[in-house]
Every structure is written in C-alpha cells, then in structure tokens.
Design a protein. Structure first.
Length: 449
C-alpha cells in the first residue's frame, strides 16, 4: 500500500486519512475527441488493469498534521498521460484547495500529454498552468514530489511549476521522454539528480523519509510569523571591544574563526528546510535559502550568504526566495556575508548584472517585511542587494563598504600596503555604519552569553 510507483501507494506513503474526490465521468464513449482507433478499448483495458478510471487520483489528506489537497498520478494507466479527464480532475482539485485554503501536493508520474486525444490533450497544459497560477495568487503553497518518470507536460506544469520541488532518487525527470531524446543523449542528464545539480529541483528525498520531509515543509509554509522580525543575537566573543579602526574591522570580519551564516541559522531556528537552485540552470552553494521555524513555532524565510563571492545563481535563488515568501505571507531574514559579487568571466557569461538587478528588484518590491543582519563582510553591491532598506542591522564582527579596501586602493593608484589606511578612511566599522544611517544598530549578544 506504500509503493511509490502506484498512485494510491504514493498517497499512502505520505498521507493519513485520504479522502478521494468523487468523479463519475462514466465509460469512455467512441474513440475520443479525434477518433483515435482503439482508444476506447485501450482506456477500458487500463481501467481493468489498474482499478482506476483515469490516470490521476485526487483528494484530501493529512501530512504531518496539515491538511492538504493531493494529486497523484497512476503511470500504469496509459503512462500517466494527461487527457481531458485528467485535466478536469486536477482543475477540480485546485479549485477545492482555493475554496478550503489548503496547500497542494502533487505526486506526478507521467509520460506527458495523451496522444490519443491530440491537441485536446495538449491544451490541458494551459488549463493546469492557469489553475496553478490561481492557486499561487491565492497565497497557497504548492509542493511537487517527482516520481519515476516525470516527463513532458506534467514536468513542465505541475512539476516544475510548484513552489518547492522534491524528487525520489533515480527518477527520470525531463521534458523529453525516453523515446524522443537524441540517440546519443547522455541518460544521466535526464534524472532527478541532474535536475538538482542544475538548480531545477530542491532536494532528493528517499521514500522512507518523504512523509516526514513533506510534513516539515507543509508546517513551515502554512504558519508564517508576523513581521518584521527582529534580527538574531550576535555570536562570537561577547567581551570583545568594538574595532578601533577600519583595518581592524576588516580583519575581524575576515577571521577564519568568526561565526558564519550556518552558526546563525542553527542558533536562530529550531527547524529548517532549504530550497536549492535558481531554476535557470545554476546552483550557488555559497547562498543558503529556505524557511525556518522560530522558537514560538512560526516561520521565517531566510537567504544567507556564507562568506564566498556570490555567483549569479545565488542572487537568483535569493530573489526566488523573497518572491515565494511574499506570495505566502512569510517575513524574510537575510544574512549578509560576502566579499562581493563573483567577477570572473563565467559570472559575467551567466548574467551577474541582471541577476543582481533582479534581486534588487525583488527586495524593493517585497510583499512581506524584510530584516537584514550583516554578519561578516559587506562587499559592495553584491552585499547591498540582499540588504533590507531601512531595516539592516550589523554584528560587532562585520564591515560594510562601497568597495573592498584593496580594490579602493588600486582604483586610487595607491600602493597595496596602503589598503589598511584606505579601510580607515572608508568609515566601514559597525558603529560608523550606524552613524551614517546605513544600519539601524549593532546587535547585542544573547543575555547570559
């Protein structure tokens, strides 16, 4: 009953108390909208073989204590293909989700649109995309769990169009199905693992962990905190004096033992789940984005730089996070720590300028409150793009500068050994930033630290 290769097995794997939506379309008459020879008989055989009347099972269930609408595909029914009846069921499921204000969990296993119905089947992609967008506009989360295989229009609508995309290990995930790929194509490029590596899937989850992971995601996405949220407490040495000079502030921010984003996330949240990738083919491991639970049980979204030069994929992933949080009504916390935006040739080819511009736009147009904490290096526009206008705070072990002191010295045609003096002139210390109106304040350590 928990075999993820069948529609009902997948449902039993993740949900309790599943209640199926009633559908009674009756037996298929004729050979469909385009008169495909033998379609009616093939449809009847699929029904007899699977015990289902269509390629999708829809209903409601409880996952981790959260009620959700579930849409699960039956691949044994004509390859889990999308036909008019399939589309009508998914449309009804989305309508129910909006009526009852429930999240949507999709469990696709499909080969794409049903050839037996011609263009009438392909048009279902437009219907599904519209329903998904209406559900998105209603502020309801959508999570997809990609089963084997997820290809064609099912991947390009209900799968890739979800807010969070999980996948079972080894699943085929691609727009091109196995029989229509180039003969010399690398089969490894059409897997869930490849999609994860290139920023199109958020996580690979083994079947035995899926129920717990889905439960955590649903609890996080449906219980937003009320923002703006306060910044985290400072970590590190509570007895350290404020930096006496700009060069000291830079040295402290660059010290290898200085607390990084991971330590702040661990200290601030009791539970976290992360998204991955920019959905444009890239992943930046130096930017961590996701949703975390505060001690009061409420959720905050976060985007955290981890001390490396931020790549275009990192900026795009952060922009994705800010917009997703806005749709779901979740306030955002950003942790700033980067020497700056990556400036190598590959970064330029990947659109560094447009990626930074997109993040500036996402922050400027954020629909929920943002709070930012500068925890280390604040290197120029690559750091400022993640900063909340009017609500940025700073730790004692940080600096923020229009440009790195070494680069500033080079631009001013100063000797490299003058970088320290240049840092002093840039007024980049934490208290300088407060005095200049850049930061609201220097955060304190947790009482009793």
């Amino acid at each position: 009953m928990t075999d993820p290769t069948t529609a009902r097995g997948a449902l039993a794997l993740v949900a309790d108390d599943f209640t199926e939506l009633p559908f009674d379309e009756g037996a298929l008459t004729g050979d469909g909208p385009i008169g495909w020879p033998g379609y009616s008989a093939a449809h009847a055989r699929a029904a007899a073989r699977t015990g289902e009347t269509e390629s999708v099972v829809c209903g409601t269930g409880v996952i981790g204590g959260v009620e959700a609408v579930l849409i699960s595909f039956e691949f044994r029914f004509l390859g889990g293909s999308l036909g008019e009846r399939t589309g009508a069921r998914a449309v009804a499921a989305h309508a129910l989700a909006r009526e009852r204000r429930l999240p949507v969990v999709v469990l696709p296993a499909t080969g794409g649109s049903r050839m037996h119905e011609g263009m009438r089947a392909l048009l279902q992609l437009q219907h599904l995309a519209r329903e998904s967008e209406l559900t998105r506009a209603a502020g309801l989360p959508q999570i997809a769990v990609l089963r084997d295989p997820t290809t064609g229009g099912g991947w390009a609508t209900l799968g890739a169009g979800s807010d969070v995309v999980l996948a079972l290990p080894g699943a085929q995930v691609a727009f091109a199905g196995s029989r229509v790929r180039p003969p010399d194509a690398d089969p490894g490029a059409y897997t869930a693992e490849a999609q994860l590596a290139h920023g199109h899937v958020d996580a690979i989850v083994p079947p035995e962990e899926l129920r717990a992971v889905l439960g955590r995601w649903l609890s996080l996405l449906t219980r937003p905190a009320k923002g703006p949220v306060p910044p985290p407490y400072a970590l590190g040495d509570p007895g350290a004096a404020p930096p006496a000079s700009g060069r000291e502030a830079v040295a402290r921010a660059r010290h290898p033992d200085r607390p990084r984003a991971g330590a702040y996330l661990d200290a601030h949240f009791t539970l976290r789940e992360e998204i991955s990738g920019d959905r444009c083919g890239g992943v930046d491991p130096g930017v961590r984005c996701g949703f975390g639970r505060l001690p009061d049980g409420r959720t905050v979204a976060y985007a955290a730089q981890c001390g490396t030069a931020t790549r275009p994929a990192g900026f795009r992933t952060a922009a994705r996070l800010v917009r997703l949080a806005g749709r779901l009504g979740v306030p955002v916390l950003t942790l700033i720590d980067t020497p700056g935006a990556a400036n190598d040739a590959e970064a330029e080819r990947s659109g560094a300028g447009s990626a930074i511009a997109d993040l500036f736009a996402a922050v400027a147009g954020a629909r929920t409150p943002l709070t930012s904490l500068l925890v280390g290096e604040g290197g120029s526009g690559g750091a400022l793009a993640l900063a909340a206008p009017g609500n940025t705070w700073v730790t004692p072990d940080a600096y923020f500068s229009v440009i790195a002191p070494e680069a500033a010295a080079a631009i001013l045609k100063r000797a490299p050994e003058e970088a320290g003096a240049t840092a002093d002139e840039l007024r980049l210390r934490p208290h300088d930033l407060v005095g200049l109106g850049i930061a609201r304040g220097v955060v304190e350590h947790r009482p009793g630290a």
